[in-house]
Design a protein around this ligand. Sequence first.
Ligand SMILES: [Zn+2]
Length: 148
Amino acid sequence: MARALEEAERAAESGEVPVGAVLVAADGTCLASCHNAPIAQHDPTAHAEIRALRAAGERLGNYRLPGTTLYVTLEPCSMCAGAMIHARVGRLVFGATDPRTGAAGGALDLIEHPSHNHHIEVLRGVRGEEAGERLRRFFRARRGVSSP
Ligand SMILES: [Zn+2]
């Protein structure tokens, strides 16, 4: 998660919403480490999680990534949650909860939806305060407001 937070910082430095994701294989190998980049890539799907899944898929030559753990600083949106299910990610560890668009229980729950036959283990709130504060700081700065 420390590395995912560093990635989030990198996103903020390039003016992107600070979200970072790291995908780790079952044996502990880091497969991908990415940040949010839809603005730079002119791509609405360039969320940190999607970029990490893509990079890992290319690296392994397989779109299925069983046994992997995805660490992400913010609760995944419905697009990313869907991609994680397609990729058969084993475990999701996320930081801040997103009550607006979170799809792992924050706004809706796609990850643990009973219709899926693939189950992803979820761990919430890991360094969530820190990740949430980084996001709030980013949006405050973008609005040009100094108070919350
Ligand atoms: Zn997303």
